[in-house]
Design a protein around this ligand. Structure first.
Ligand code: SF4
Length: 203
């Protein structure tokens, strides 16, 4: 039988439903925080997310098609947002010499200043997490990583750069291991967005 997580009577009988509703509340917090930042800067939420993404990721990821996959949006929607950021001189583009239709995006000096400031939009969420014990943080991180990995495998969300989806990751005798760093990773060291992440062959 199917359960609606939002049916209050059923929800109170099932911890799974309460977790889903709690996650929905957290996603609402992100939406509100991003929206507040967006009003203050006269930028749309996705324009802010694009600036932050470009600030912290390597050049080959700063392309329209990658951004569209990253944010689960169409290329047309991302292109519209990028056009505004180019017009506001927060981004510049460099055309690929081998394909004039393809280009990479980078921050201008002005864009770098704005990106740095807006990148703190979710700081209010760090404060309550800070109050948790080390064990609670580790349990939370692992629960969330498993959830994200499952949602990625079932096609609900696209690109993930986490240990569980990385060709360098292995698990032996209950221990996480990174074959690139040649190091055991403790539960609380597993990464969500790793610059060295590599998709397994065939992906
Ligand atoms: S390369 Fe990064 S994502 Fe991959 S296993 Fe190592 S730490 Fe995790």
């Amino acid at each position: 039988m199917k359960h609606s997580s939002f049916n209050v009577t059923e929800q109170n009988q099932r911890i799974e439903s309460r977790i889903v509703v709690a996650l929905e509340r957290i996603s609402e917090a992100f939406r509100v925080l991003l929206w507040n930042e967006s009003k203050e800067r006269s930028l749309s939420p996705i324009q802010i997310q694009i600036l932050i993404f470009i600030q912290f990721h390597s050049t080959e990821k700063c392309k329209i098609s990658y951004l569209a996959d990253e944010f689960n949006m169409t290329k047309a929607t991302i292109s519209d947002s990028v056009r505004v950021l180019l017009a506001k001189e927060m981004l510049s583009k460099e055309t690929d010499p081998s394909d004039s239709r393809s280009y990479t995006l980078s921050l201008t000096n002005q864009g770098r200043i704005v990106a740095k400031e807006v990148s703190f939009f979710a700081s209010a969420l760090e404060k309550p997490i800070d109050k948790l014990s080390a064990e609670e943080k580790s349990t939370m991180l692992n629960g969330l990583l498993n959830l994200i990995h499952d949602l990625n495998r079932s096609g609900v969300i696209s690109i993930q750069r986490m240990c569980y989806s990385c060709s360098n990751y292995s698990k032996e005798n209950g221990e996480h291991y990174c074959n690139l760093l040649k190091s055991v990773l403790a539960d609380n060291e597993l990464r969500v967005d790793c610059p060295e992440h590599q998709l397994p062959a065939g992906n």
